[in-house]
Design a protein around this ligand. Sequence first.
Ligand code: SF4
Ligand code: SF4
Length: 352
Amino acid sequence: MKFDSSKVRSVHLEITDKCNASCPMCPRTDHGGPLNPFINQNEITLEKAKSIFDTTFLKQINFLQLCGNFGDPIVAKDTLEIFEYFRSVNPKISLGMHTNGSARPPDWWRRMGQILSRPGDYCKFALDGLEDTNHIYRRNTQWNKIMQSAQSFIDAGGIAHWEFLVFKHNQHQIEEARKMSVELGFKEFFVKKTSRFYNYKTGLNEPYPIYNEKSETIGFLEAPAEQKLVNSVSATKSDSSAETISCVECPSILENQIYISSRGEVFPCCFIAGEPFYSYHGPESQHLRKLFSDGNTAIDQIIASDTRSIFTVIDGPLFKEIENNFKNEESPIQSCQRICRKDFKIVKAEYQ
Ligand code: SF4
Ligand code: SF4
């Protein structure tokens, strides 16, 4: 299994690390409370996008989605213009976007609907319940605003998907939401079973605390009571799931995809991008943190620009080190072991 820049066909791009919401399980905040100190309010402008994505690379890409670890693409200044630019360079590219939908006026959404209107395109609205429940997880979002955004997008021809993250507090609303999605003109409806209740140390799903700005616990998110709505892998306590090492199968290599952060750093995936500085702060992330601070594998060396192409980064030393680490039993990269071990596909199970 090897990374090869000429084979990449799919890009996951974090256009900004800014967001209007504060969802407790998102690493942009500490359990919905204080902002993650590593977040720098980064953003990829149209000008920066042109310097990161050289046209040869863009022409070989089949699919590009805007999502990310820490931000929502509707908050970025040039999202529409960047999509238009990608399509002007590669008219066949399929485009996708993931959002909470609670920002931007109807005109902006109409324009987005015109762009994301071809087969293979989509805008996935994260709607975790209905009017009385969505804001419990998507904190700081407004239902009426989201409905206005979705309707403007759909009326303009946009292909809308509804993604319903299921919890104990909204599990009774799945069928009503599914029906509503059809009435509103959404083309797809997904139920997502989060893996984030899983505690890797205990091997158990546990209630997830919600913090206020002072880091005081103000409540808990709970997994659905109905077993069939719980992430099936996280629900199965596995001796191998906690700390032992297992064989890794890298989806980024198998599916020819890469991740680009809002600083323009090129990584194999969003998990590695988030690991050492954001998601896991403990000593278990030592190996990757060391790689990111060493000379030729340093994090600044993987920022794509006019002078350092995406091809160069993918075929360069950091990707090689990550690839070599798949079998490293002494100092494994935590993301690879937690997310992509053959016997514990916890993220894949979110949609099963
Ligand atoms: S909407 Fe997305 S980026 Fe924003 S806080 Fe929620 S999960 Fe994070
Ligand atoms: S976490 Fe590791 S194995 Fe999984 S996609 Fe990323 S690089 Fe590949």
